[in-house]
Design a binder for this molecule. Structure first.
Ligand SMILES: [Zn+2]
Length: 350
């Protein structure tokens, strides 16, 4: 049991939220409070320790859109301070959720599964949401990181799956009698093996869609029509998924963004010399905690982090998690986790 002394302006509700405990559990631990709406500065409140929590996010093969939605619902119930809302919808009408953790002024954004066959990044982000929330609720540190402090200074926004339709396609979960599937089948040259598919459901590469030298990217890329990968679309932000993440980004004031991809164990941190000086300092720390390699420039434009660096001149990163052939097998999960957990935490801390 922790003892909390009420400060001016505090309500029982925001005390419960601050400690990440259920409001009713807080009331139950303070039976002397007759009217929860009337608490006084200086009054002493008992803060119950949350019960040992069950594990929600279980990394497993074919962890897809529905598994993510179910886990988000369970996480919201268990940790009521987590906020989940939608940033828009996919071509097929699936809602794209965003998760908010923390209540600080500083805003940080992470996203995963821009590319369909890189869906293991969704599981990594979901596991991070769970562990970050759990550490906050139980008042524990992760490594040397003070999670209470990070929650107070930072609002972390995570979009775990930018491309839900594509992930479902790669995992064989799109009904074969739908028009969307038949079109994808044609784009995939008639093959029902979609493991090489990175695009959204209609064959546009969402990470080639951003207004950052998009025309240059068009002339560089081989695909001039819908394709499993590398087709930038017929205009920047032509797709609902890329538009949703662009509008979401514009409606915030992110100090740093990281897009999680697979594979290569590399961190891309520059874009045409537009990145701020501190990007180099930050990537040095990300390398220290992960063992990944920092790469400044590649022959590529129109990516999400390119656009973020260009328009905001703030630190933007593409993190290529793991090593192997996409989709990476889930058996690699904990090995990858051990290296990216530091990247997740350091990006909030810096
Ligand atoms: Zn990728």
């Amino acid at each position: 049991m922790i003892i909390h002394t009420v400060k001016k302006g505090e309500t029982l509700y925001n005390i419960a939220k601050k400690y990440g405990i259920n409001f009713n559990a807080l009331l139950a631990a303070n039976s002397s409070i007759r009217n929860p709406a009337l608490i006084q500065p200086g009054q002493v409140i008992n803060i119950p320790r949350p019960a040992v929590q069950r594990t929600i996010v279980i990394p497993r093969e074919s962890y897809g859109y529905n598994e993510m939605l179910n886990d988000l619902q369970s996480l919201e119930e268990l940790y009521p301070f987590i906020e989940v809302n939608s940033i828009g919808s996919t071509v097929m009408g699936r809602s794209i959720p965003a998760v908010k953790l923390g209540h600080g002024k500083k805003e940080v954004h992470y996203n995963g599964s821009f590319h369909a066959n890189e869906w293991i990044t969704t599981v990594l982000l979901m596991k991070f949401i769970e562990n970050y929330a759990k550490a906050y609720a139980s008042g524990k540190k992760i490594g040397s990181f003070n999670i209470q402090g990070l929650f107070d200074t930072t609002s972390l926004w995570i979009v775990p799956m930018v491309n839900p339709d594509g992930v479902q396609l790669v995992q064989g979960k799109i009904a074969t009698n739908t028009k969307a599937y038949q079109t994808a089948l044609m784009i995939n040259s008639g093959s029902r093996d979609f493991r090489g598919w990175k695009a959204n459901i209609r064959g546009v590469d969402l990470n080639d869609q951003f207004p950052a030298h998009w025309e240059t990217e068009v002339s560089r890329r081989a695909a001039s029509a819908p394709s499993p990968q590398n087709y930038p679309g017929n205009a920047p932000l032509s797709e609902p998924e890329s538009r949703a993440i662009a509008e979401f980004t514009r409606s915030h004031n992110f100090r740093l963004v990281s897009a999680f991809h697979t594979q290569g164990e590399e961190i891309y941190w520059g874009y045409r010399g537009l990145e701020p000086n501190e990007s180099q300092l930050i990537v040095t720390r990300l390398v220290e905690v992960s063992g990944y390699e920092a790469v400044r420039y590649v022959e590529s434009d129109a990516g999400y982090k390119d656009w973020f660096i260009q328009d905001w001149r703030r630190p933007g990163f593409t993190v290529e998690c793991g090593l192997g052939v996409n989709p990476l097998p889930i058996a690699q999960f904990w090995d990858i986790w051990g290296k990216v957990i530091g990247i997740f935490l350091m990006g909030i801390y810096v």
